[in-house]
Ligand binder design. Structure first.
Ligand code: FAD
Length: 406
């Protein structure tokens, strides 16, 4: 049996951050990161469309699920500290107009390489191609896969999202065996399915700045930003951020919610009516199909007009009645799509749900159920929106867990 002071299960964002912080704080500690895939950091390579959106400078203000639990770690390892951490690895970062932080190289591979080189420099042992299938408590220490012994262990095995990148949910049974409970899990930050008969003709069309409201028997969530129509439903950041509340509603209430799209949040309904009436004068002789092309892709404009039962196509714009114009304005502000589900864990960026936060000490990340066991990253019941918030949580919780505070 090989023995270590610390074993970290999972060699991606949270696990690597924990290993580096721990080894920097306690250079004498013998540390191993055990990763089931042939290489560490595979998921990181896919993040931020291959650019890796490392963190977000507004993360402290962000509405994470279980935000109260996250606060200690996030204040200790703020986004600025995370940027400093990466600078200490020689990685220069920049932030864009939305406070999203990226590596100057715009390549996620630079992030993974910097982390990998630091693990090597510090002498952290990385054991790849080794799925952890069993952790036993052995007095004050742990035995992993009947092959490795350790005094302390950090579970950083991620959630169930994007299993092709390693996180297949196999961390949960390990935690359960050590006395923990796992909340209901739903895919988050994933495209929405539903109303394909409406969305398919608009496939491939992006609309830049919409407001979305998810409605069940009450308002479930609101987002704003870009959407992308697909043949199965709706993608784009604003839509993906509604996935977890939509799926939770479907699971709990057994009914489908609706996403209401406001295509023109900058204008009121009355302003749109006025604008459309003016458009009738400018574009009067054109076919109605071109009515909304001044501010929306043509196929989206057609879908909006079609959604009013009065519009029958093949009409000149100046033939539209005031009633029809008002109905079209109403659909510009309130375009409903029924949501029947999501593209699932396979396509999800994040898992919503995880190890119950009240079973973990937020100031140490140590289990309240099993001394010497710590958690970090997505395996915990914490998730945030798109924009660097989930990686920020992975680094912050990982570095805090790596302190190995009692
Ligand atoms: C396509 C995509 C794009 C994303 N883009 C961004 C972004 O730009 N910004 C952002 O903030 N977030 C982004 N995310 C989310 C972010 O990547 C995750 O929230 C974050 O990586 C979670 O870190 P983690 O270390 O907790 O878990 P993971 O990154 O999932 O890592 C868990 C690791 O544990 C390993 N593992 C699992 N089970 C075992 C086991 N039994 N034994 C051994 N090893 C195991 C896995 O192979 C994996 O390497 C994205 C996610 C995806 C899928």
């Amino acid at each position: 049996m090989k023995n270590y002071d610390l074993i970290i299960v999972g060699g991606c964002s949270a696990g690597i951050a924990a290993a580096i912080n721990c080894k920097r704080l306690y250079p004498q500690n013998k540390i191993a990161v055990i990763e089931k895939l042939p290489r560490i950091g595979k998921k990181l390579l896919a993040t931020g469309n291959g650019k890796c959106n490392i963190t977000n400078l507004f993360a402290l203000e962000h509405g994470y699920v279980n935000k109260g639990f996250t606060e200690y770690a996030q204040n200790r390892y703020t986004p600025d500290k995370v940027v400093e951490f990466f600078e200490s690895l020689g990685l220069i970062c920049y932030s864009d107009s939305c406070a999203r932080v990226y590596p100057e190289s715009n390549m996620a591979a630079s992030v993974v390489d910097s982390l990998r080189f630091e693990l090597e420099r510090l002498g952290v042992e990385v054991i790849c191609d080794t799925p952890v299938t069993d952790i036993k408590k052995n007095g004050d220490s742990f035995i992993v896969n009947n092959a490795y012994g350790c005094k302390k262990i950090i579970l950083a095995a991620g959630g169930k999202s994007s299993p092709s990148q390693g996180s297949d949910g196999s961390g949960y049974p390990l935690a359960k065996k050590l006395g923990h409970s796992v909340t209901n899990l739903v895919p988050a930050l994933v495209p929405l399915c539903g109303s394909p008969e409406i969305t398919k003709p608009m496939k491939g069309m992006r609309v830049r700045e919409v407001n979305l409201t998810l409605k069940g028997d009450k308002i479930l969530a609101k987002t704003q930003g870009e959407i992308l129509f697909t043949d199965y439903g709706l993608s784009g950041i604003a839509a993906m951020e509604l996935a977890a509340p939509a799926q939770k509603y479907i699971n709990n209430v057994k009914r489908n919610p609706f996403t209401i799209i406001d295509f023109m949040p900058r204008m009121t309904y009355n302003e749109i009516v006025e604008y459309l009436q003016n458009l009738c004068k400018i574009k009067g002789s054109c076919n109605v199909d071109n009515f909304l092309t001044g501010f929306l892709p043509k196929t989206v404009g057609i879908a909006i007009c079609k959604a009013t039962s009065l519009y029958k196509g093949e009409r000149r714009i100046d033939e539209l009645s005031v009633k029809e114009i008002k109905l079209i304005a109403e659909k510009v502000k309130n375009f409903p799509l029924e949501i029947t589900g999501t593209k699932g864990f396979v396509n999800a960026q994040v898992t919503s749900g995880g190890i119950k936060t009240d079973e973990i000490n937020p100031e140490t990340m140590q289990s309240k159920k099993c001394r010497g066991l710590y958690f970090a990253g997505e395996i915990i019941d914490v998730d945030g929106g798109c924009g660097g918030f989930n990686l920020q949580w992975a680094w912050a919780s990982g570095m805090l867990a790596g302190e190995l505070k009692d």
